[in-house]
Design a binder for this molecule. Structure first.
Ligand SMILES: [Zn+2]
Ligand SMILES: [Zn+2]
Length: 260
């Protein structure tokens, strides 16, 4: 029984020392820990402090190709995109899909929204909610709809650390995650969801992925919080896509469909 992949890792391309290691170091760490697949998923483009720059993506791809030559392990290119508005916009444009093997999405602070109104009413508002440990019903609804719209509008593979720093109605988000085949992450270092909320996702038929969210190479594959939750709640192996198995992500599925 083991996790075979880690689909959420950051590198130096998450700027300003936010991510600590190189792509080669993350890949080496994954290989040494016996993983068969790793994704490099730096913060999305609208995170002006920490995000990877769109113009760096060709270099990221090159680094990935080099790392693949050094270690016999599969490496995917992704980003952890940001939810940037209450309408469900995320910081991905159509042409990004050509580059990305996998798309993660979560809510993060310090992101540039689509308008001043959204910057205040969505991004800043959620920062205040987090600060004061209180999210109004109205804000929660807004956040819930943002996630729902994002999953319907974009080819998102994984929702990262759901309910962390952006409170939602987990049941409503889970219904649409199931409908759109979007995986719910059990994050290795910050679980935004309560046990009850994780069970709600499970009962609605959602699939999970357990990731490290490593910001340094030594943490790659360290998924203890997510794993503990899965064990504690006795989630069956087959609902965790990277447990004893490797999933197929949406781009790959589309490519297969097209070629058959
Ligand atoms: Zn994140
Ligand atoms: Zn992350």
């Amino acid at each position: 029984m083991a996790l075979l992949a880690d689909y959420h890792t950051h590198t130096k391309y998450s700027r300003n020392h936010h991510g600590k290691g190189t792509i080669d170091e993350n890949v080496r760490s994954a290989y040494e820990k016996g993983l068969r697949q790793i994704a490099i998923t730096d913060h999305g483009f609208n995170q002006k402090m920490y995000g990877v720059r769109r113009k760096d993506i060709p270099q990221v791809k090159k680094d990935i190709e080099e790392a693949k030559e050094h270690y016999p392990i599969d490496v995917l290119l992704g980003v952890e995109a940001n939810l940037i508005s209450s309408k469900g916009d995320i910081d991905i444009i159509d042409s990004d899909y050509d580059d990305l093997d996998i798309l993660l999405c979560g809510f993060h602070r310090l992101v540039k929204s689509t308008s001043a109104r959204e910057q205040f009413g969505f991004v800043l508002k959620n920062i205040f909610c987090e600060l004061f440990h209180h999210t109004s019903k109205k804000q929660r609804e807004k956040n819930t709809n943002a996630y729902i719209n994002a999953m319907r509008k974009y080819r998102i593979d994984i929702i990262t650390h759901l309910n962390h720093a952006c409170k939602v109605d987990v049941e409503k988000v889970a219904r649409v995650a199931k409908e759109t085949n979007t995986l719910i992450e059990l994050n290795g270092k910050r679980l935004g969801m309560s046990d009850e909320e994780i069970m709600t996702c499970y009962k609605l038929g959602c699939k999970f992925v357990i990731n490290s969210d490593a910001h340094s190479p030594n943490r790659v594959g360290d998924c203890h919080l997510g794993l503990q939750a899965a064990l504690r709640l006795r989630l069956p192996d087959n609902v965790i896509v990277n447990y004893n198995d490797l999933p197929t992500f949406k781009k790959q599925k589309e490519q297969k469909k097209r070629s058959s």
